[in-house]
Design a protein around this ligand. Structure first.
Ligand SMILES: [Zn+2]
Ligand SMILES: [Zn+2]
Ligand SMILES: [Zn+2]
Ligand SMILES: [Zn+2]
Length: 212
């Protein structure tokens, strides 16, 4: 009770409530801050400030680079601050890229050569490595067949042991009319194969054997 009396006393001493802006008595409810005219002016300046902010935001957004693939044009003002692409073409291009990314599997490194490839099959090697592996496998199989037919005592010519496998030599070279048959093939060492070349057996003696 005492506090209220004190407040009313202060107000009476201060006289009629005054505008906080122009300091004239505003003649409005005691809790009002401004006279009618000042209240309108304050509102208007707030609206102007807000408009300026929106415009600034729009200009900043317009300077953003376009998100289109391989495009860095600013997106421009024409469609407001939320705009992401400089043109309809860029928007469509981006959609196209995304769609492709969804349907196209990620490239993974080939297990043999490490080259990133999109693998169609599950064995984890690229196409060219597959070819190399298949050739190697075929070579191993052929050598196994030739060994089975003619014995497994290392190089056919010089008898050096071939723990890692050798190469196939044609007794009658292909260039001399020999055939790629097991009967005409032997497993030999690389040295013998390189020195015999396309000679027949009675034209060639394994010279490197003497120096070994
Ligand atoms: Zn005022
Ligand atoms: Zn663009
Ligand atoms: Zn590979
Ligand atoms: Zn040999």
């Amino acid at each position: 009770m005492a506090a209220r009396h004190a407040r009313e006393a202060v107000r009476a001493a201060a006289g009629a409530p005054r505008c906080h802006r122009c300091d004239e008595p505003h003649g409005r409810a005691p809790w009002a801050l401004y006279c009618v005219r000042c209240a309108e002016e304050v509102d208007e300046s707030r609206r102007a400030e807000r408009r300026k902010q929106v415009q600034r935001g729009r200009e900043e957004a317009a300077l953003k680079p376009c998100r289109g693939p391989k495009c860095s044009e600013p997106v421009g003002l024409s469609s407001g601050p939320a705009r992401t692409y400089c043109s309809e073409a860029c928007r469509r291009a981006t959609e196209h890229v995304r769609k492709r990314a969804r349907t196209k599997p990620e490239p993974v490194p080939c297990r043999r050569c490490g080259k990133p490839v999109v693998l169609k099959f599950r064995d984890g090697v690229c196409r060219s490595c597959q070819k190399v592996q298949r050739t190697a496998a075929r070579r191993v199989t052929l050598q196994r067949r030739v060994r089975k037919a003619h014995g497994d005592a290392g190089c056919f010519h010089c008898s050096v042991p071939l723990p890692e496998g050798g190469v196939i030599d044609h007794l009658i070279p292909i260039s001399r009319g020999g055939l790629s048959t097991v009967a005409n093939m032997r497993v030999v060492c690389v040295l013998c194969n390189a020195s015999k070349k396309d000679q027949l057996m009675d034209e060639w003696s394994p010279l490197h054997m003497a120096t070994r």
